[in-house]
Design a protein around this ligand. Structure first.
Ligand SMILES: Cc1ncc(COP(=O)(O)O)c(C=O)c1O
Length: 416
């Protein structure tokens, strides 16, 4: 079940030529997309097929026209340093969205104290480990827990912050949800930070309110910071995934130790705009903003203006979600009963059990010009030396419908 692992096994070791380089960083494995390049570069895809990249979670759906219009209208503001706290309008729009989306009680989220913008959530997730990992916990090296498979940023952040990353298996048998509470007491006592993602990347599992309630209770019992990455929260099949702030609402609005992360990259198809936010514990966010003052790079003011309008608008989000539902209907038609196909509750990935994810990835590229990501590149070996992602490939359903239909048909034909 649990699973401590040595992620340096995954990829090439980086060997610094100068011993002044921070030795912690030796443990960072190659990033999955670097490994994918190494795997596929020696192969030549068929010349008569247009290559289709389904490896990167970069939505290709359109974003609203008003984004460009607002950026243009505010272009005179590019000359100004933007505030790390964002603009009051931005914070208000985010607070209103949280209140609507999660039906939070009035006044629970104070836009000035409980919300901090970030230029995309990746860097903010990374910075959080730096902030939340003390030199020791329970007298020992602190631990950062995360699901396995995991978004790679979590592991890199844990290593860079000097913690021991521990990967907790999220397999089909446990509904792709990690059992953090089942860990040894000795690990939980050393835990300084937990990264959790719902809907999960890559499996699309959605944690229900009971799961979230137990996780919040665990964070209070063992006094760790709980980060819940909810960046796929707006892409779902039928029911909106619950949010961790709902648990805080049920606990008299107590957000201590809790941070939730949301991004416009997936919700609004603007990965290149670099805009998201963190909400939760006011004290942690004060520190978060302080660190931004020293070393952060806030979004430009025209970006805050466009982001404000995006959080205020639901029409494009509803239309976006409908496109994914159509594509998952199509995937169900083309792939069902094969490759362990299941329809994820949320997010935009297929997580297909193909027996050997790396072999299937090579075959798909060499025979069908389809680029996917081997599941093993998103996960670490567990304590029985068994990588929970190794049988899988991750397929990002990010292109428009006709391209996806072609791609899924090629996948089905090639791997059958
Ligand atoms: C689980 C997860 N969290 C966070 C991010 C970061 O997104 P961004 O930095 O664009 O907000 C991604 C991007 O792929 C992701 O998959």
């Amino acid at each position: 079940m649990t699973t401590q692992s040595n992620i340096t096994q995954q990829g090439e070791q980086f060997s610094p030529s100068r011993n002044i380089i921070n030795p912690r960083l030796d443990a960072l494995p190659d990033y999955p997309f670097e490994r994918l390049r190494d795997l596929l570069d020696p192969l030549v895809p068929p010349a008569d097929l247009a290559p289709i990249a389904l490896s990167l979670g970069e939505p290709q759906h359109p974003y609203p026209d008003f984004v460009g219009e607002i950026l243009h209208a505010n272009r005179h503001l590019y000359g100004k340093y933007p505030p790390v706290a964002g603009t009051p309008d931005f914070r208000r729009a985010v607070a209103d969205w949280l209140n609507r989306r999660y039906e939070l009680p009035d006044g629970m989220v104070d836009p000035d104290r409980h919300i901090a913008p970030c230029a995309g959530t990746r860097e903010a997730l990374f910075r959080t480990a730096f902030m939340a990992v003390p030199p020791t916990k329970a007298g020992q090296q602190p631990v950062v827990l995360m699901p396995n498979p995991f978004y790679q940023c979590y592991a890199g952040a844990a290593i860079a912050a000097g913690a021991e990353p521990i990967f907790v298996s999220a397999r089909a048998e446990n509904g792709f949800l990690p059992d953090f509470a089942g860990l040894n007491e000795s690990i939980l006592e050393r835990t300084a930070l937990v990264y959790f993602c719902t809907p999960g990347n890559p499996q699309g599992a959605v944690a229900d309110l009971t799961y979230l309630e137990n996780l919040v209770a665990l964070s209070r019992k063992y006094d760790f910071t709980l980060v819940v990455d909810e960046c796929y929260a707006e892409i779902y099949n039928d029911a909106p995934p619950p949010g961790t702030l709902q648990i805080c609402a049920a606990n008299s609005g107590d957000m201590s130790g809790i941070l939730v992360f949301h991004s416009l990259s997936k919700r609004s198809n603007v990965a290149g705009l670099r805009s998201g936010f963190v909400a939760g514990d006011g004290e942690l966010l004060m520190l978060f903003r302080r660190l931004s003052e020293y070393g952060g790079s806030p979004s430009p003011l025209p970006v805050y203006a466009a982001a404000t309008a995006l959080w205020q608008d639901e029409d494009h989000v509803v239309a976006n979600r409908a496109l994914y539902v159509e594509k998952f209907d199509m995937a169900e038609r083309i792939l069902s009963n094969r490759f362990g196909f299941y329809r994820p509750q949320g997010g935009f990935f297929l997580w297909l059990d193909v027996g050997d994810g790396e072999a299937a990835t090579k075959e798909l590229w060499a025979r069908a010009a389809i680029r996917v990501l081997p599941g093993a590149y998103l996960s670490a070996d567990d304590d029985v030396d068994n990588n929970p992602g190794k049988n899988y490939i991750r397929v990002a359903m990010v292109h428009e419908k006709s391209i996806m239909e072609d791609a899924l048909t090629r996948i089905a034909d090639t791997l059958s």
